[in-house]
Design a protein around this ligand. Sequence first.
Ligand SMILES: [Fe+2]
Length: 458
Amino acid sequence: MPVTHFATPDPYAYHNGFCCHHESEALQGALPLAQNSPQKPPYGLYAEKLSGTAFTAPRKENQQSWMYRILPSAVHRAWEPVPTQEYDATSLSGADVQQIPNQLRWDPFDFDDAVDWLGGLHLVAEAGDPVMKTGLAIYVFAAGQSMKANEAFYSADGDMLVVLQHGVLDLTTEFGRIALRANEIAVIPRGIRYRVDMPNGSARGYICELYQGHYQLPELGPIGSNGLANVRDFQVPRAFYEEDFNTWTLVSKFNKVLYRTSQDHTPFDVVAWHGTYYPYKYDLGRFNTIGSISYDHPDPSIFTVLTGPSYQEGTAIADFVIFPPRWLVQEDTFRPPWYHRNTMSEFMGLIAGDYDAKAGGPGGFRPAGASLHNIMSGHGPDAVTHRAATCTDLKPQKVGSGSMAFMFESCLMVGVTAWGLQHCQKVQPKYNEESWEPLVSHFDKSNVGAGAANQNGH
Ligand SMILES: [Fe+2]
């Protein structure tokens, strides 16, 4: 039996804070003082560095961590491709993506309790290439089984931002343990080993894997020093380790192909660590939502939780944006999102409740479903929502109670996989037709003061 050690009596203990240096030890004195790689690290541990950026990246971007572990991560046998019959070889490759201008919406994706984390990953959309460290990949996941005993995983392709929609996930990582619960997200940066247990069975959600750079907090500009996702609300696991010399299987996603190796020790043997490169979680309920208190509403970028920047300032490979419960108080304003076409692509999902720009219910935008409005494809509120918004008496109104919608927004044109377009069998065939074709003209050139509300008979 492995011997498990925790930094504190709570196996899920966290450091608070993000974009900053943390240090953690599960055994007092395991963290070397005043140097990173002493001749003899405490307790006979090995020092190992994990680089999240080039050594020479600017200080504000540089992410590196030092780990003090029982055995180095290099101690394993040769990697072999996982036989393709063990998983759907095309499901992760992105080889079958199509870039199409159609607006797409999916019914809720099915649960699949027969599979574990690796079997439950479905690539829906992708742009770019892990080889060149460009772009992103969007997955839905649905699984009900813990990963096999003594099995761990990492992605060499990018940072995985996990949006939990249903169930709970217990993540064991090299840096410690993360209990992912309702309305929370987790980010597992590139290369970090982890395993996923599902103590309550069925779990489902979405993932945005960032092939380029790392997620960071957006600049706040004139908002000031607080607001949106606050630094202190990100939770970073405390050191946790096991003494376990049983045989472990390690699976790597390496340029979208799964490889496997074995080793006679657990990968979760980091007794202490310090640095700026680590996994973390965030409770979306802690988001400080900001909006208009006069007229119109700001761009949805005001709801950005995390951003994965491109090399062009202000332009994201992936923005993670949420639409939390909030008050709308704007006067003389069409309050739902405007009709628009965007140079960015927009993949949306719904964690719970009803999204205020689209009707819910059967055939609508529902929890565990999704939509994609690709580059320059027109979209906006459906006819029902438009009519309600133009006819309503504009009082202060709370929207989104019990709801949490989100968006992965990218400057890149994403392609949709065959799984997303066909195999999942969730694409709504009449999304466009039912959402926008019912919109009619209210144009009346004889009446300059005629707003849509008047023309709707109110
Ligand atoms: Fe949009």
